[in-house]
Design a protein around this ligand. Structure first.
Ligand SMILES: [Zn+2]
Length: 75
């Protein structure tokens, strides 16, 4: 299992979801690992993705990323 701090987009498991919580309004979105792998560089660090996302609810950039499930962590 890849440590969260070293995980890259390529490590996200197909069929799982990554939770993104907007830092401005708290809107929660779930993006599939497939979508992220298609849109982002496979070598991008998961921990660096947060600032890249724009909220669909308020339009502000920046989200907290929870990729634990997509990386195989449970609980
Ligand atoms: Zn928002």
């Amino acid at each position: 299992m890849v440590p969260l701090c070293a995980a890259r987009v390529a490590d996200l498991r197909v069929g799982t979801f990554v939770s993104l919580t907007c830092r401005s309004c708290g809107h929660v979105a779930e993006l599939s690992a497939m979508t992220l792998r298609e849109r982002l560089s496979r070598n991008a660090f998961v921990k660096h993705l947060g600032p890249e996302f724009r909220c669909t609810a308020c339009g502000n950039k920046g989200a907290n990323v929870d990729a634990r499930h997509a990386l195989g962590y449970h609980g």
